[in-house]
Design a protein around this ligand. Structure first.
Ligand code: 13P
Length: 251
């Protein structure tokens, strides 16, 4: 089955407003309407409204880096799914390893975030991945399976727009990407789990992105793997030239 590839730039906590606007303009100018892949930019929260405005005439989509697990209420500092939807934001990263590590986000809270995002027609990009010590202990499969099972309460119908991002923690920001074969092994396992849980049609359709030191120099070989449906890009998405080379990968 041919799954449309998705290239997502996760800017994390980088860029001033003016720098962000410049970066968006450079990317928009170089993503043609007829491109056969989806491009998503995830700038920091305060820039989202302007980012949506500046990408409206282009195929570039805008995503948030996080979303709160309730729709509204006394949750100082948080941003909810209906707020993002009301801005025209279409994607939300959920459960990035930095959120799990520094903000102690649990499987349970992430399941709620994914459900709220889906309820408001935001496409969740649900991140999971093992630490190096897990891999060394032969626990990669057990860890990603546990993390993935957090969203198994979702029904098959609601899952159609769910996007998974496999991001091994040891590959994030280290310059040391998983090899295409290492990534493919985990992606194939994740797809198998999705098929078991939601049936073969959903399992075949679900997009599984790879993240962790993706660069212009390794994107082609990663995207050649049958179960890699795109990439979640951190550092390399902060430069228009590098990100655009990734977006226009050969394949
Ligand atoms: P790097 O591309 O900087 O390794 O970051 C990956 C990542 O965390 C994307 O969400």
């Amino acid at each position: 089955m041919k799954r449309r590839k998705i290239l997502v730039g996760n800017w994390k906590c980088h860029k001033s407003f003016d720098e962000a606007i410049t970066l968006i303009a450079e990317i928009v100018a170089n993503v043609p309407l007829e491109l056969d892949r989806t491009v998503v930019l995830c700038p920091p929260f305060p820039y989202l409204a302007e980012a949506v405005r500046r990408t409206r005439e282009s195929p570039v989509k805008i995503g948030a880096q996080n979303v709160w697990q309730e729709d509204s209420g006394a949750f100082t500092g948080e941003v909810s799914a209906p707020m993002l939807a009301s801005l025209g934001v279409e994607y939300a990263i959920v459960g990035h390893s930095e959120r799990r590590q520094f903000f102690l986000e649990s499987d349970e809270c992430l399941a709620r975030k994914v459900a709220r995002a889906l309820a408001w027609n935001l496409t969740p990009i649900f991140c999971l991945g093992e630490r190096w010590e897990d891999r060394e202990a032969g626990q990669t499969l057990a860890v990603v399976q546990r993390q993935f099972q957090a969203v198994f309460a979702l029904s098959a119908e609601t899952t159609t727009s769910l996007v998974i991002a496999y991001e091994p923690v040891w590959a994030i920001g280290t310059g040391r990407n998983a090899t295409p074969e290492q990534a493919e092994e985990v992606h194939a396992i994740l797809r198998g789990l999705a098929m078991e849980r939601w049936g073969s049609a959903v399992g075949e359709a679900i997009r599984i992105l790879y993240g962790g030191s993706v660069k212009a120099s390794n994107i082609d070989t990663l995207m050649a793997m049958p179960n890699l449906d795109g990439a979640l890009i951190g550092g390399a998405s902060l430069s228009a030239a590098e990100f655009l080379r990734i977006v226009h990968f050969q394949g």
